[in-house]
Design a protein around this ligand. Sequence first.
Ligand SMILES: Nc1ncnc2c1ncn2[C@@H]1O[C@H](COP(=O)(O)OP(=O)(O)O)[C@@H](O)[C@H]1O
Ligand SMILES: [Mg+2]
Length: 227
Amino acid sequence: MSLLYEVKNLKFSYQLEDVEFEALKNINLSISQGDMVTFAGPSGSGKSTLLNLMGLMEVPSPQMIFYNQKCLGTLDEREKNIIRRFDIGFIFQSFHLFPVLTTWENIEFFLIRQGVEESKRKELIEESMEIVGISDLKDKRPTQLSGGQRQRVAIARAFAKRPKVIIADEPTASLDQKNGEAVMDHLFGINKKFGTTIIIASHDPMVLKHSPKTVSLKDGSVYEGNV
Ligand SMILES: Nc1ncnc2c1ncn2[C@@H]1O[C@H](COP(=O)(O)OP(=O)(O)O)[C@@H](O)[C@H]1O
Ligand SMILES: [Mg+2]
């Protein structure tokens, strides 16, 4: 399988008033197209920081993260936006759905921004809703849905644009065991059926049990032992 991400000696610091806090210390890893990988580790170990850098929510320093052989730290704004818009779908712990939009409209939102034409949008939205079993919820707004249903809408939204990568930050942390397992089943199914690369951050033992690959972090470094 071809290499999708290569992370080389990655360091990242947050600037706090007059002190620097080093959240990632020296991370080396690679992820191939079609992998499903979970970053494990306790709260504060740097999981979200790493996902945010890989998903271009934060911009890494030059020469530290390569995506499709492109160095994320040196891309111009236009190239970064193309990757964000077309290649990466995000899923968050607290769903981040647009409260005023229906399920259908939430899923459609990023497709419109991508310039996908209407009949293609309809096809992509219908297929995405079907995959996570929410076709009957298409006219509901988030407040009319349970947590498990909201996260399934968020998965459908992330997947609708057929991204190369889905990045999921603690996707089960707001859910009970049964709904958490359903989220993992859907992500696993998307990975298998479409070859979408899935990168998860989680400290939920159920997620780790269902993850084909795990990379453990501790205090901003990759940790070889059990976390
Ligand atoms: N915006 C920020 N400003 C300053 N420090 C931060 C910020 N975000 C995270 N941190 C710190 O960086 C470390 C790693 O955080 P994070 O990546 O959120 O870890 P995790 O997702 O594993 O809980 C923590 O010590 C956290 O307090
Ligand atoms: Mg986190």
